[in-house]
Design a protein around this ligand. Structure first.
Ligand code: ADP
Ligand code: MG
Length: 833
């Protein structure tokens, strides 16, 4: 197993698909090298080594250092100079890079390999100023990243030297000045009781260890936790030969995007600094220049940059964010990755790249994230990066519902409605909101609450209306009686102007200038593409004709919350359905239930006590912050399961009377991806269990009645474990091929068996498909459902020898037992059971 991947112009065993093993930076360095771009040669140590580094107690596992040294030899040959050679030294950078970028979490050390002797060799060969500029950078970065010496201590020294010479900029320091800087930096080391090892290899090893070590600092662990980055092995380490943007004025370093990341406009966009290295561009030491000026100052390098980035964008099939260095007029590529972008840019890039033939329509749709679209649909404050705006910010809560809102403060929903009728724009400020407040919430321009999270009543309702909302601003003190609120020491009175930025969570004093959302042509084009792929229907929750109109205009296909169409799973505060504590009704209910439970729980009194505790536990003080919506089903999956079973059994029952029901089940108030995947799990599970009821009630011809046999569950979203209590003969699709199975089998087992026989796969065989609801294109695979869309065609019967036959014999839409196969399908083979 390979620990180290070498990359050099023209070759590498690594490639862009290997991000998990090589990290994003490493994999793309390898890819750029393979593409023949001018990449300084180097090596990538795998994330696997990082994992083993921790297993070995914080050191490189056996053999890895030897592999690194062998790779260094290869790099030296490619570069044409030797590491640690005092005459003509090759220097290295050590760069971190995990599979997912973690900005600012891990570090880089440049110019490794210098010591008091080598720096003189470098000075002789390339000039004193340059050599000592590299050396002071090494001392600073190594001190900071590896030894934990405060960067500011070095800053102070360089500042002192500049001051004493009457200089403003680092680049104005002469060779002699930089010698002095180095002397002072060493004094800092001494004061801290630290030392830069003079052995270049020791420098390299310690830097590699420091980068691996940075993976599990509390800061990095916390970052991954917050950003839900899971399942990574660790960080990779890139050891790369140095090229020098600080060599002379014919050199420089920069970063660029292949398109404008703010607007999406197609042009090379970026910044560079002449005579500079690495972080200088972002560190703000000097103001960088627009990358387009490179065309005048470094024409050949600029042309290369245009060519390389164009090629990279085509190859990576996404907008790229690149880092580069020019050394004596020659361009080197140091990094490329997919660039982060704003909502409008994401849309423009996706649409443009599809038109340019660079990505397919489906890929273009996947390039835009939901939060990108969100940014486009709401009015925005102007100049959010301007000091005037920042000065007005009083506090920051949760960005519950995006957009900009402004109005005069009111503290009750009634006032909001009243003021609104009088033509005032208002912001409703509450500790929290409840359903009685909706009138006022609707009348307000925006809503601010002190309590509650992203799924609180205020947040959910506001998002539903597309109304800006900031919630959970816990520093906000509200005094309803005095009609004042206090924030950051400032007292806000009723009638004062307040502005809310629902996209950032910021709350601002006074009025702020806004701009309307830009409904660009791209959005319309894009949404049309989305419609051609989507499988989810969009139904609105609307109570009035006006709501319905807005929803339809925004693309809703209908109204989802009319109970004769759609069955909505229960989502009320449960305690409202139970008798109140201390009432005779409660006593009676507990008594009845306890009697029913007696068989299981033993003592009657005990059961009563358990029930009372349970009912007490279901009390909610503000249900709008509690178990509303799908949260009820998430907290109590058995309630979802029970309802789905009831709905489906009812469907089966009426289907036997010749009625064709087609139940839609609605999971209410879903706001997050996790909620969307959680509840259908239980719906599917219940659907599968329904099979059991078929075996007792449905069309199976009277034989082997009452044999319970099938439980299907979905342990993950895609895998289905199917357990049979007896061997089973499955009659799938059009005809009668089938399998005899043992007691336990999985979907993938089916699949292999069928594939082995050269048959179509059983992709469709999961719980929901077996019962044929909702996933029609999958169910199409089975004889049942499809045209008829109904489960009344499912049958179960036994055949001889304890083998069951699940034949999907149709009454309507499906196939009758013994009828000819569906004409669109080829006839399946004879049964093998
Ligand atoms: P980050 O992940 O913080 O961007 P990098 O590893 O990309 O850190 O390094 C930061 C910068 O250091 C690079 O953009 C580049 O300018 C400079 N750098 C890194 N390695 C080299 C090298 N081998 N030669 C020249 N400059 C380098
Ligand atoms: Mg970088």
């Amino acid at each position: 197993e390979r620990h180290v991947y070498v990359f050099k112009k023209g070759t590498s065993a690594g490639r862009k698909e290997m991000k998990e093993l090589l990290g994003g930076k490493g994999a793309n360095l390898c890819e750029m090298a393979r593409l023949g771009l001018n990449v300084p040669p180097g090596l990538t140590i795998t994330t696997k080594v990082c994992q083993e580094f921790y297993k070995a107690g914080g050191k490189l596992p056996d053999g890895v250092w030897e592999d690194i040294l062998a790779a260094v030899r290869e790099v030296e040959a490619a570069y044409g100079a030797k590491f640690a050679d005092p005459q003509d030294p090759l220097l290295f950078s050590v760069r971190s890079g995990a599979a997912v970028s973690m900005p600012g979490m891990m570090d880089t050390v440049l110019n490794l390999g210098l010591n008091d002797e080598v720096v003189e060799g470098l000075a002789k060969k390339r000039g004193e100023r340059f050599a000592f500029d590299c050396y002071r950078r090494l001392l600073d970065m190594f001190g900071d990243v590896v030894l934990g010496i405060e960067h500011s201590l070095f800053e102070a020294e360089i500042h002192a030297v500049k001051e004493s010479r009457g200089l403003k900029l680092d680049v104005e320091l002469t060779g002699a000045d930089l010698r002095e800087v180095v002397r002072r930096f060493k004094a800092v080391y001494q004061k801290e009781g630290k030392e830069l090892p003079s052995d270049p290899y020791e420098q390299m090893l310690l830097s590699i260890n420091a980068v691996f070590g940075s993976w599990n600092t509390p800061r990095a662990v916390k970052y991954r936790e917050i950003n839900r980055i899971r399942g990574l092995l660790g960080t990779a380490v890139n050891v790369q030969s140095m090229v020098y943007g600080n060599l002379n004025d014919n050199s420089g370093t920069g970063v660029c995007f292949t398109r404008n990341p703010a607007t999406g406009e197609k042009l090379l966009y970026g910044e560079y600094l002449p005579n500079a290295q690495g972080e200088d561009v972002v560190a703000g030491i000097r103001t960088p220049l627009d990358v387009k000026h490179m065309a005048d100052n470094f024409p050949a390098a600029y042309q290369d940059l245009v060519d390389n980035t164009t090629l990279l964008e085509r190859h990576m099939r996404d907008m790229q964010d690149c880092e580069f260095t020019v050394q004596d007029g020659v361009l080197f590529m140091l990094q490329t990755r997919n660039g982060k972008r704003t909502g409008p840019a994401a849309l423009m890039v996706a649409v443009a790249m599809e038109k340019e033939g660079m990505v397919s329509r489906a890929e273009a749709v996947l390039m835009v994230e939901p939060r990108h679209l969100d940014q486009l649909l709401h009015p925005m404050f102007q100049g959010v990066d301007k000091p005037e705006y920042k000065k007005a910010v009083l506090g920051k809560g949760l960005p519950a519902s995006p957009g900009a809102a402004m109005g005069r403060i009111v503290f009750t929903a009634d006032d909001a409605e009243k003021w609104d009728k009088e033509g005032e724009k208002v912001i409703l400020v509450r500790l929290e909101t409840s359903p009685e407040d909706v009138g006022g919430m609707h009348a307000a321009q925006g809503i601010l609450t002190a309590r509650g999270g992203m799924t609180s009543h205020a947040a959910v309702v506001a998002r539903g209306w597309g109304k800006p909302c900031v919630c959970g601003l816990d520093k906000l003190e509200v005094d309803y009686a005095a009609k004042t609120a206090t924030l950051k020491g400032q007292v806000l009175k009723e009638g004062d102007w307040l502005a809310l930025n629902g996209s950032s969570g910021e709350v601002l004093a006074g009025k702020q200038p806004v701009k309307p959302p830009v409904m660009s042509g791209n959005l319309a084009v894009f949404m049309e593409w989305v419609d051609s792929f989507r499988k989810i229907g969009v139904f609105t929750n609307a109570d009035t004709p006006a709501d319905a109109l807005v929803a339809r205009k925004n693309g809703a296909q209908g109204i989802g919350l009319v109970r004769t169409v759609t069955i909505r799973l229960l989502d009320p505060p449960l305690h409202e359905f139970l008798p109140h504590e201390g009432t005779p009704e409660l006593e009676a209910l507990c008594d009845t239930l306890a009697t029913e439970m007696k068989g299981r729980s033993g003592q009657h009194m005990n059961a009563v006590r358990i029930l009372k505790n349970k009912i007490h536990g279901l009390q909610e003080s503000n249900p709008m912050l509690g178990l509303r919506g799908c949260r009820l089903g998430i907290r109590h999956p058995d309630i979802t399961e029970m309802q789905v079973k009831a709905i489906l059994e009812a469907a089966v029952n009426v289907s036997q009377r010749g009625i064709k029901p087609f139940p839609h089940i609605m999971v209410p108030l879903v706001g997050f991806e996790e909620e969307l995947s959680h509840q259908p799990f239980w719906v599917s599970q219940a659907t599968a269990i329904l099979f059991y009821s078929f075996s007792k009630t449905a069309v199976f011809g009277g034989r082997a009645k009452g044999h319970g046999f099938l439980v299907a569950r979905l342990p993950t979203a895609h895998k289905t474990l199917i357990r049979f209590s007896a061997p089973l003969f499955l009659d799938i699709s059009y005809g009668s091929f089938g399998l005899s199975l043992g007691r336990t089998t999985t979907c993938s087992f089916f699949q292999e068996q069928l594939l082995a026989k050269g048959k179509r796969t059983l992709r469709g065989l999961d719980a929901s498909v077996l019962c044929g609801w909702s996933l029609q294109e999958r169910a199409d695979f089975l004889t049942m459902n499809c045209a008829g869309g109904m489960v009344d065609t499912v049958g179960v019967s036994s055949v001889s020898g304890g083998i069951f036959d699940l034949s999907f014999a149709g009454k309507r839409g499906g196939r009758q037992p013994g009828a000819a196969p569906h004409p669109r399908r080829e006839a399946p083979p004879a049964p093998c059971g």
